[in-house]
Design a protein around this ligand. Sequence first.
Ligand code: ATP
Length: 239
Amino acid sequence: MLCVDGLSAWYGEAQALREVSLHVDAGEIVTLVGRNGAGKTTMLRCLMGLHASYGRTAGAISLFGEDITGLSPHRRARRGLGFVPDDRGVYATLSVEENLTLPPGMKAGRAGGPEPWPLERVYETFPRLRERRRFPGTKLSGGEQQMLALARVLRTGARLLLCDEPTEGLSPLIVQRIGDILREVKAAGVTVLLIEQNVHFAATVADRHYLLAEGRIVESLDNDQVREREDELLDYLGI
Ligand code: ATP
């Protein structure tokens, strides 16, 4: 579904990604794990086409077998890519429902992919958002904001979600709920690439993992390997 070949990225003269190659298959949940500053956020920004406003890139990205390297973020969105940023990007003064209905009628998916999620389906998956639908973004907890950010991208019909640390700063119970939601999203035919520092959580929710260090992929791990090396990885990540 997603194929990244020799991706490099710079901020001015400083190189943040060094010839990264990876792939994500349809229906998978894959995590990017790495220390602070390893290049994880840069990676997701490059995939979404957002790095161009920060600096230069090299390498190639294809989605569904088509080259998207030169495309703008909104064209990538139309092809089925959705980005959930680490700050969640919730419109603070708008209600939950307004966040979910803007822009009206937006469709990102292509024929053959999952349809944009109707509001009713969003509320079935995220009952908490139905309860809070009249609340402004400012009144939501971190977990509710995360759910809203995920739900909003699903509303566009995205078929590959790029999520920047969805569990950061959330309580264990809410982290568990986010895990359930990601599994439901996967069951609905959506593929996910996410940044995740909580390796225990990563091994329960994802299929595979890439370890990024100093802008390079240094290891590709399956769940058993992550579980066996959980302590070592936590130590390495400084958690
Ligand atoms: P974190 O978990 O801390 O966000 P990360 O793995 O996501 O870390 P990036 O944010 O992608 O890492 O950063 C990779 C490298 O690029 C780091 O050396 C960082 O200092 C640098 N960098 C990130 N954003 C910028 C920016 N806007 N301008 C200059 N350098 C940046």
